[in-house]
Design a protein around this ligand. Structure first.
Ligand code: B12
Ligand code: SF4
Length: 488
């Protein structure tokens, strides 16, 4: 029996299909005995694991670990498992161990790390654990050798999602539980149609893992999966998890044609430059196919910052897209990563000014303000912060409040961002999110929305963001949800 563990990563009301463990389940299906334990849906995952081990012969604990809340939840579960069953191997996969492989392996309860795309590496690891092949030939695998030294095998070439079987949704205990209301619809599902990203932005954690590579499933298959989800779960909405959904216009147009009869409302992430190249006809098609909101990384209000980030997008393009997309009734969500390490003051000033301009061009545009947190990067970290930051060496250290707040971008606590400036960015974020509470917040009552708008209007009009005590106080009555971070 192989246990596929997805530690809790979000509140139960925001749970979605745990695609990472479902992807591992897909390649095991019909070949191996396995059980899925999902902390987002199971309030007692440790007890469920105990029961499975009692009732079957467990040979492997395979854990999906994203930085932040999921990593924090993984530690006690794995530690307890190791203490109770020291001879059963534990493998971690997902963004945390792929980015911080040595830190993961430094834990006594992590024996193997599967880096990046996991399906083939996982199957080969299972073979090696049975003694049918050697660990050292498995691409994408890291592990500890007999002396406890870390071994990192070569990268694995990226394969298309088409090469792998469909996800076995019904192997989730009570799969229905994952279809929940969102701003998109009453019954929302999630799907990821591609893996990786071909760009190399210098602040982005996708690059060190996928090295500028992306593979996309065919439009035919994406549409067939959605059609199945509609029939099986009566979904009326979908969130696409792709890093870069709109890369190729003819692919998108083909998919939009196929999706139109499904009558779904959907959300996806794209790049500003790609979308700007789309014809009006494609935009109309997207709208007809149910595109409700698109997330774009605008990142900064300064072109010199965008250049340093290696973003290959200009502020002019962002403004053009904001105006263009408005004509088609699709809401853009623009995300900003503020806090350039060389000149954070200027970056903040320029970006706030730019966001105000953007809102004038497209008042429906939603704004996400994030602090810059570096991740290791093969081309050098944005802001040339090598030597200015030392990442933790164990999962426990990553789980401390200092690094947890860093990972979740609540408080990067980095030398180049003075506290006063950080406060200014946070205050601006609070004012703008109160002035236009996100439409994604389906739990915010109408009166709460009205109250926040009234309280924040004068501040926004005057550009006065300091000490917004009344807005903080109002939040005790109506918890303001930040767009995206908790909504996915
Ligand atoms: C869904 C999602 C979430 C969900 C939950 C995810 C979960 N695991 O439960 C939520 C909304 C909770 C979330 C939160 C965060 N997220 Co998030 N999230 C994603 C998203 C959009 C999709 C992940 C996903 O499920 N993909 C589908 C599966 C199939 O792909 P996968 O996870 O990569 O899995 C493959 C491999 O990693 C591997 N694998 C994964 N697990 C395992 C396990 C085993 C055993 C094996 C062998 C292999 C394996 O094999 C899989 C198939 O090939 C990604 C972007 C993306 N497209 O990757 C960002 C992403 C992973 N998130 C990210 C981050 C940073 C966060 C946050 C920590 C911070 C933030 N500001 O967003 C927050 C935490 C916020 C908080 N609550 O405080 C970053 C991570 C990179 C980084 N810099 O660290 C990403 C890449 C977004 C980005 N571009 O910045 N996120
Ligand atoms: S920020 Fe977006 S476009 Fe840039 S590398 Fe990351 S996922 Fe790709």
């Amino acid at each position: 029996m192989i246990i596929l563990l997805h530690p809790q990563s979000t509140k139960p009301k925001n749970r979605r299909f745990p695609l990472a463990v479902l992807s591992m389940a897909a390649v095991l299906d019909g070949k191996e005995e396995y059980a899925i334990v999902d902390g987002n849906a199971d309030p007692q995952p440790a007890m469920t694991i105990d029961r499975i081990v009692r009732e079957s012969e467990t040979t492997l604990l395979a854990v999906s670990v994203m930085p932040g809340p999921q990593m924090r939840a993984a530690i006690p579960l794995c530690r307890e498992f190791r203490a109770k069953h020291p001879s059963i191997p534990i493998v971690w996969g997902g963004y945390f161990p792929s980015l911080y492989t040595d830190a993961a392996l430094n834990a006594r309860y992590v024996d193997f790390v599967v880096r990046g795309q996991g399906e083939d590496t996982f199957l080969e690891l299972i073979e090696a654990l049975r003694g049918n092949r050697k660990f050292n030939g498995i691409r994408g695998l890291s592990y500890k050798d007999d002396f406890g030294l870390h071994v990192h095998n070569a990268e694995r070439p990226l394969r298309s999602p088409n090469d792998f079987p469909w996800l076995p949704y019904d192997r989730l205990p009570n799969a229905e539980k994952y279809i929940l209301p969102t701003f998109l619809g009453r019954r929302t599902a999630v799907h990821q149609a591609s893996i990786g990203c071909p760009f190399r932005c210098k602040f982005c954690g996708v690059v060190p893992i996928y090295q500028g590579r992306q593979r996309t499933e065919t439009a035919e298959r994406t549409a067939a999966v959605l059609c199945y989800l509609k029939q099986r779960f009566q979904i009326d909405a979908v969130q696409f998890y792709d890093n870069n959904f709109f890369l190729n216009e003819s692919h998108t147009a083909d998919l939009a044609e196929r999706m139109t009869p499904l009558n779904l409302r959907w959300w996806a992430e794209g790049r500003i430059d790609s979308a700007l190249r789309y014809s009006d006809e494609t935009f109309r098609l997207l709208r007809r196919a149910g595109a409700a909101m698109i997330f774009f990384g605008a990142e900064s209000g300064s072109d010199w910052v965008l250049e340093e980030m290696n973003k290959h997008v200009t502020t002019g393009q962002t403004l053009d897209l904001a105006a263009k997309i408005r004509r088609f009734g699709i809401i853009p969500e623009f995300s900003f990563v503020i806090g350039n390490p060389q000149n954070p003051e200027k970056d903040t000033r320029d970006t706030i000014r730019f966001i105000r301009r953007l809102k004038r061009i497209n008042p429906d545009a939603e704004i996400i303000v994030q602090h810059y947190i570096p991740t290791p990067h093969p081309d050098g970290m944005y802001g040339k912060v090598e030597g200015k930051i030392e990442f933790p060496r164990t999962p426990e250290e990553w789980a401390t409040d200092r690094w947890y707040n860093f990972t979740t971008r609540r408080d990067p606590n980095v030398a180049w961002l003075p506290r006063r400036l950080k406060r200014h960015i946070d205050n601006f974020e609070l004012v703008i999110n109160s002035r236009w509470p996100t439409i994604q917040d389906v739990h915010l009552p109408r009166w709460g929305r009205h109250m926040l708008t009234v309280l924040s209007s004068w501040r926004y009009s005057l550009g006065f963001y300091s000490a917004p005590f009344e807005l903080k106080c109002a939040q005790r009555f109506v918890a303001l949800r930040k767009p995206r971070l908790e909504s996915l």
